[in-house]
Design a protein around this ligand. Structure first.
Ligand code: NAP
Length: 498
């Protein structure tokens, strides 16, 4: 029986269209398993058309003054603000995060688009003195050309906007391939830019599987920069393929983020932070708190506080504002997390949760109990990214051991320490191997005007958003202007110049 859900086409060269005989896939509400919308399973030929459109649109977009590009972004931010409650609801329905977080996802998009709009009047370069007389030295930022933006499902409007708004303000044209699970959220993003008047070809949208659409994008020689957010294995594959074409590949990958709670911490404050960090977005944030490193002097007390609070924690309908945690995002996610829970049950002590919830609304969706294990550092659940509502608690004797445990994982995205000792807090900022360190706050809660990204296997050294967004999507051109009307030789004439 044909599905009754809305059917979306691809958005190429300013038009929505479905190729003849296109295969389709549907996205699903993880709280109910109901289909939400239908999308084209794109092919390499669709990718080729999208890249051609972006390529053709590039010269005019590059030459559009950056403040004018900023005006378009401001209009997009205004439109998205008008649509915030509707789009936030779609985020919750398609991804499963609770409604306050669904709306937060959209607010983060709005904040970043506005921030990038202002960059249209900055895009600053350097101006420095020359070693010669009558000569100017400066740098200007230039766009890269056609860029590929490949995004995950966990921040289904914010991460696409992190990439799209930054690429647009800097004068690039885009082919955007979203996570297949959250294509409806991604389509809302595209519709906002369409309503704001984006010229044809500047932003193109191709849905379809990573292995087909993603691979075709990554391998096309006309794509000079790939901005990718997702898992380590996929990221590594994209990096290797991109490297063959000597492309700039920007990777934002996984995390195994620790919170250290020291013996002098404000425990009620730390408790709120750990709960929000570990179980917000059902633990499916790249910055989620997945390890709680607890000082032995407060170990039993804090663990008791944590389990008491979890008894009152509500898992349920993510659209209900009273719900603490919604479902996990998909059947695949549920399966992977349950596999890790089974591993945890063998190698660690289950404190609470550890099961798929059953009965009533739970039987319709992918609902898991918030889960806590007491474990030792070195167990699989203490080192591998689970990406679900599973917290590993590890006892340590002192600060030195806490830092050693915190750092001994392959990732380095976010980190946090709760302590009232200002010296120790600053010491931790230096010691923790991570792109982000919070003091007396959870591992989640990034703000869009600061750079975001991590060290070790969390990426390959780049940062997104904040001022770093401009670096990601521009080339630096160095300019020398000699107005001396004679040949001046740098390094040769400089010392004798009178
Ligand atoms: P994923 O499976 O790696 O997918 C990410 C994106 O890559 C999706 O659009 C996917 O398409 C696409 N893709 C898959 N195979 C590809 C290929 N061979 N070539 C090109 N693209 C391909 O990751 P995910 O499950 O969506 O997201 C979860 C991961 O993202 C976690 O590890 C999380 O930590 C990480 N993450 C990191 C950050 C950060 O900023 N550091 C932020 C958020 C999430 P399909 O959906 O069609 O498969």
């Amino acid at each position: 029986m044909p599905s009754k859900v809305e059917q979306f086409g691809l958005f190429i060269n300013g038009k929505w269209s479905s190729p003849a005989n296109a295969k389709r896939f549907e996205t699903v509400n993880p709280a109910t398993r109901e289909p939400l919308a239908s999308f084209v399973a794109g092919t390499p030929a669709d990718v080729d058309r999208a890249i051609s459109a972006a390529h053709a649109a590039f010269p005019a977009w590059r030459d559009t003054p950056a403040p004018k590009r900023g005006t378009l972004l401001l209009e997009a931010a205004r439109i998205l603000t008008e649509r915030k409650s509707a789009v936030g609801r779609i985020v919750t329905q398609e991804m499963g995060k609770v409604i306050s977080e669904g709306l937060g996802d959209v607010q983060e998009s709005i904040d970043f688009i506005e921030y990038m709009a202002g960059e249209g009047r900055r895009l600053v370069g350097e101006t420095v003195p020359s070693e010669l007389r009558s000569k100017f030295c400066l740098t200007v930022r230039q766009p890269k050309g056609v860029v590929a933006c490949i995004t995950p499902w966990n921040f289904p409007t914010a991460i696409p906007n992190w990439k799209i708004a930054a690429a647009l303000i800097t004068g690039n044209t885009i082919v955007f391939k979203p996570a297949s699970n959250t294509a409806l959220c991604a389509a809302q993003v595209v519709k906002v830019y369409e309503s704001a008047g984006i010229p044809p070809g500047v932003l193109n949208f191709v849905t379809g599987s990573g292995s087909v659409v993603g691979t075709a994008l990554v391998e096309d020689p006309r794509i000079r920069t790939i901005s990718f957010t997702g898992g380590v294995e996929t990221g590594r594959d994209v990096y290797v393929r991109g490297a063959k074409g000597l492309k700039m590949v920007h990777l934002e990958l996984g995390g195994k983020n620790p919170v250290i709670v020291m013996d002098d911490a404000n425990l009620p404050l730390a408790l709120d932070g750990v709960l929000f960090g570990a179980f917000g977005t059902s633990g499916q944030r790249c910055t989620a708190t997945s390890r709680l490193i607890l000082h032995e002097k407060v170990y039993s007390q804090f663990l008791g506080m944590l389990t008491d609070r979890l008894k009152k924690f509500t898992v349920g309908d993510p659209l209900d504002p009273k719900t603490g945690m919604g479902p996990v995002a998909s059947a695949d996610q549920e399966r992977k997390i349950l596999e890790y829970i089974a591993i945890g049950k063998k190698e660690a002590k289950l404190v609470c949760g550890g099961e798929k919830l059953k009965g009533g609304i739970y039987d319709r969706g992918y609902f898991l109990a918030p889960t806590i294990f007491e474990t030792r550092h070195g167990s699989r659940i203490s080192k591998e990214e689970i990406f679900g509502p599973v917290l590993s608690v590890i006892k340590v004797a002192d600060y030195a051991e806490a830092v050693r445990v915190a750092n001994d994982v392959e990732y380095g995205l976010s980190s946090s320490i709760y302590t009232r000792d200002v010296n120790r807090a600053f010491r931790a900022i230096e010691d923790l191997e991570a792109g982000i360190t919070y003091v007396n706050a959870p591992t989640i809660g990034a703000e869009v005007h600061l750079p975001f990204g991590g060290v070790k296997n969390t990426g390959n050294g780049g940062r997104e958003v904040g001022s770093a967004a401009i670096e990601e999507f521009t080339e630096v051109k160095t300019v020398f202007v000699d107005f001396s009307d004679k040949l001046q030789k740098a390094q040769i004439d400089s010392e004798t110049a009178a």
